[in-house]
Design a protein around this ligand. Structure first.
Ligand code: SAM
Length: 280
């Protein structure tokens, strides 16, 4: 049976290039090209966009992005064994795919792309969370990218979209939802991957807001939420003692009950608190 792009099936690519999955690189590959095309579609219409793909591996998602008509894809892959397989895709899509062999935590390639830029990745989970935090924390807002479409372990995806009072609500939810619209757009069982991981996965789509939802200094908001959630079971009047001064009065001044806990406080109130701290 033919593939969506006339290139060999991914099982053959993996066999021909001897791409035995390496656990230390978090290699759980997606081999179903219909599924990878579906994930690419979750990133929206890519025909007028440059796409940064991190961790293309043997290229399943890369092929999905190109088959769905991405204007250009820049793919950063750490494992040199994958590069010849990716070169074959580049040859089938002349001028559309550029491959960088490097560690996405060390090489910053965003500056090489032309806006509008979308970022799409199926990454090892630890690398994915670290990159998400970096992409959400640029020096200036709005960032250079329009949206992020990222695969995570289901539990991390739930932390990104969590609402106050839920078990998963914390700093990652505040950081993500303060300046983006974040939604889980697909759930994947372990069997969708080869080899199958132990956990379920989910794709999260984060669309940047042009302005933060509520005004606040990012550094102050980061400090206040770190303090509040480091001791999430404690009352805020005690977990925020490190802010110094009369913490109860500070909390009362922005309408937060001093005996409340961090997990009960929404983003708007945390931003009000960050503004009050900055104004002291
Ligand atoms: N995108 C492919 C797919 O969906 O089948 C591969 C996904 S696999 C979960 C993660 C990929 O990220 C692997 O190819 C791995 O080598 C690569 N990778 C791991 N750490 C990386 C890093 N720091 N920078 C770039 N690529 C990385």
């Amino acid at each position: 049976m033919g593939t969506i792009d006339g290139l060999p099936p991914l099982r053959d690519v993996i066999r021909d290039h001897d791409l035995v999955a390496k656990k230390q690189l978090g290699q759980n590959f997606l081999l179903d090209l219909n599924l990878t095309a579906k994930i690419a579609r979750l990133a929206g219409d890519l025909s007028a966009c440059d796409v940064l793909e991190v961790g293309p591996g043997p290229g399943g998602l890369t092929r999905g992005l190109l088959a769905e008509g991405a204007r250009r894809v820049l793919a950063v892959e750490k494992d040199p064994r994958c590069i010849p397989a990716l070169d074959e895709i580049a040859a089938a899509y002349p001028g559309k795919l550029e491959i960088v062999n490097g560690d996405a935590l060390e090489v910053d390639v965003l500056a090489h792309l032309v806006p509008p830029i979308r970022i799409v990745a199926n990454l090892p989970y630890n690398v994915g969370t670290e990159l998400l935090i970096r992409w959400l924390s640029p020096a200036m807002w709005p960032p250079v990218w329009d949206s992020l479409t990222l695969m995570f372990q289901k539990e991390v995806a739930e932390r990104i979209v969590a609402k106050p009072r839920g078990n998963h609500y914390g700093r990652l939810a505040i950081l993500s939802q303060w300046r983006t619209d974040a939604k889980i757009v697909m759930h994947l069982p372990p069997e969708a991957f080869t080899p199958a991981p132990k956990v379920h996965s989910a794709v999260v789509h984060l669309k940047r807001l042009d302005e933060p939802r509520y005004p606040a200094d990012p550094a102050v908001l980061s400090r206040v939420t770190a303090m509040a959630f480091n001791q999430r079971r404690k009352m805020l009047r005690s977990s925020l003692k490190g802010l110094g001064g009369d913490v109860e009065a500070l909390l009362n001044s922005v309408g937060i009950v001093p005996t409340a806990r961090a997990e009960e406080i929404g983003i708007e109130a945390f931003c009000a608190l960050a503004r009050a701290v900055a104004a002291r």
